[in-house]
Ligand binder design. Structure first.
Ligand code: GLN
Length: 238
């Protein structure tokens, strides 16, 4: 008898759990990447969240935003814990082996951040101590191009900035707009002129999830046609 009761309870929980999930769509991100995703008054906001809200609206669902380490995003999508990932995530051949990407919605440049008094130039990076975000395109770029450098991989940009200020590393390689936000918020740091390479952001879904991908692309195309993405970037960059 007890066993049946327990079974019934579990079944009920599962059913109510499923029902709730049907009205929601989960997006996964790493919310330490202003202006794309960051905390404001305890809430995750940003360009990617504005886009994701439009996607959720289009699907008639409520958006749930999940914050994880950047290098866990693909796993969250593939294990079904999240339906899509939006995290200023660059479309790369390696990632395309693991997930499908939407059309590009932002073009980004990878820049070099140093201390104000630094004499490092873009052609003098090899051999210097470099900080990158674990699993980012900057991480693999540094690995491939600066063989004499020690690479310090962090989960959070904030920790990289602390290390740079404390002279534990010589430079950070990262995306230009988030770098500009950091320089605005922290004195004593600057971004070198020019950039190392360009990359394009896409929204990631589980391989073969073309239905969701088509919906995401429809929303992205409309937002781009209406100039909304530039608008979101301006709104979140002040
Ligand atoms: N655009 C970079 C990448 O995809 C960094 C993204 C991020 O840190 N959120 O690797």
């Amino acid at each position: 008898m007890k066993r049946y009761l327990l079974f019934g309870l579990v079944l009920l929980l599962m059913l109510t759990g499923c029902k709730k999930n049907e009205n929601q769509i989960v997006m996964v991100t790493e919310a330490g990447f202003a202006p794309y995703e960051y905390y404001e008054n305890g809430e995750i906001v940003g360009v990617d969240i504005d886009i994701a809200k439009e996607i959720a609206d289009y699907l008639g669902k409520e958006l749930v935003v999940k914050d994880v380490a950047f290098d866990s995003i693909i796993n969250e999508i593939n294990s079904g814990k999240a339906s899509f990932g939006a995290a200023g995530m660059s479309i790369t051949p390696e990632r395309l082996l693991e997930v499908d990407f939407s059309i590009e919605y932002v073009v980004s440049n990878q820049v070099v951040m140093v201390r104000d008094d630094s004499d490092i130039t873009k052609d003098k990076i090899n051999g210097k101590k470099i900080a990158v975000q674990l699993g980012s395109v900057a991480d693999s770029y540094a690995e491939d191009n600066y063989k004499d450098s020690e690479i310090v991989r962090q989960k959070k940009y904030l920790s990289m900035v602390e290390d740079l200020k404390a002279k534990k590393v010589d430079l950070i390689i990262m995306d230009n707009l988030p770098a500009m936000e950091i320089v605005k918020e922290n004195s004593g740091l600057k971004i070198l002129d020019g950039y190392l390479f360009s990359d394009s952001y896409g929204i990631a879904v589980k391989k073969g999830n073309t239905e969701l991908l088509n919906d995401i692309n429809t929303v992205l195309r409309r937002l781009m046609d209406e100039g909304k993405i530039e608008e979101y970037i301006i709104n979140h960059s002040e």
